[in-house]
Ligand binder design. Structure first.
Ligand SMILES: Nc1ncnc2c1ncn2[C@@H]1O[C@H](COP(=O)(O)OP(=O)(O)OP(=O)(O)O)[C@@H](O)[C@H]1O
Ligand SMILES: [Mg+2]
Length: 336
């Protein structure tokens, strides 16, 4: 089962350039979370910090008692094996076949026999829909296929924590919908803790249990998906609405100046109310996601701490679920 990832007070800069400050959040065990944020806000840097490839100056990332920032390097190295990371650019070796690319972590990190490696690699290749392409070089396949190969490679070590950096970039809407379904299906099969970085509003709306957003060197918010989806923070509604009007500009300087101007101006015109669409379910034939029941208990336990709009949305979601009887319900009359 997935493992909780606790991030406390994480702060990262490169030289004089501050990337983000004091980021705290918990990725609940086995749940799917999404991190949104405009380009350049440090989402990739955040993922790399979680697995200890980059070192924040302050804060902790706790996984099974190991701090991926400050623990001894050999503990970090061991804990890193729990992760599967799908890089933004695929990061495949251009001179290796897809098979060899996907087999690479097994050959590097395990002493498995070649026959066993072959079995695992072919299984993952099938999961991501690349059967038949295993002999091809990365340069001979489409961008979408490379993405899926990167995902297959992230899966070979049976990760309990899966990080995906923009699984949708460069994909058409139909392929993106397949990737969304694939992510939910993986979660149902593995019960792994997942964090997906994306700009894609369809993924944000349909895939995660939890959602957060990085903007102007801060974590704007992180919590149950309903919190972000009902938020009336200008930056959040601009991003989710895909609008030009709002604090996010083409450059970071513009962002800061616009925010300062808005602080003194009249409140922005409220955005049209956003509809929360149902979260994707695993494909037929797969087991239900174990995280669903855990998440329900967790979110209902914290509901009084959430903003009113989020509370209403969560109650509606669970009432709809119980009407559809997709969840095992404890007793009659609850959840409505
Ligand atoms: N190794 C590094 N050394 C110095 N600066 C870096 C390094 N890695 C990233 N940066 C800087 O950190 C900032 C955040 O980069 P990052 O790649 O995390 O953004 P992002 O949110 O993932 O953007 P995008 O959505 O475009 O992928 C950028 O200004 C980048 O130039
Ligand atoms: Mg990035």
């Amino acid at each position: 089962m997935g493992i909780e990832v606790v991030v406390e007070g994480l702060t990262k800069s490169f030289g004089k350039q501050s990337i983000w400050r004091d980021v705290s959040l918990t990725l609940p065990a086995g749940e799917v979370s999404v991190m949104l944020g405009p380009s350049g806000t440090g989402k990739t840097v955040f993922l790399k910090s979680l697995i200890g490839l980059l070192k924040p100056e302050q804060g902790r990332v706790l996984i099974n008692g190991v701090d991926m920032v400050n623990s001894p390097e050999r503990d970090i190295y061991e804990t890193r094996k729990l992760f599967g990371l799908m890089f933004q650019d695929g990061a495949l070796f251009g001179s290796m076949s897809l098979f060899d690319n996907i087999a690479f972590p097994l050959r590097e990190h395990t002493r498995k026999k070649e026959s066993e490696i072959r079995r695992i690699v072919m299984e993952r290749i099938e999961v991501v829909g690349l059967l038949g392409a295993e002999g091809k070089l990365p340069g001979e396949i489409s961008g979408g296929m490379r993405k899926r190969a990167g995902l297959a490679r992230a899966l070979v070590l049976d990760p309990q924590i899966i990080l995906c950096d923009e699984p949708d970039s460069g994909l058409d809407p139909v392929r993106t919908a397949y990737v969304s379904q694939l992510l939910i299906d993986l979660n149902a099969q593995l019960d792994a803790t997942m964090l997906i970085v994306t700009h894609n509003l369809d993924i944000a709306a349909t895939v995660p249990d939890n959602m957060g957003m990085l903007f102007l060197r801060e974590l704007v918010t992180f919590g149950p998906r309903e919190v972000l989806l009902t938020s009336d923070e200008p930056v959040v509604s601009q991003f989710l609405g895909g609008r030009r009007e709002g604090p996010i500009g083409m450059s970071e300087e513009k962002d800061a100046a616009t925010l300062a101007a808005e602080a003194g101006a009249a409140p922005a015109v409220p955005a049209a109310p956003r509809v929360i669409v149902p979260q994707l379910e695993p494909s037929p034939g797969l087991p239900p996601r174990k995280a669903v029941a855990r998440r329900r208990e967790r979110v209902l336990g914290m509901i009084d701490t959430l903003p009113p709009a989020a509370r209403t949305a969560i109650r509606e979601t669970y009432a709809r679920d119980s009407r559809a009887a997709t969840l095992p319900m404890p007793a009659a009359g609850s959840g409505a």
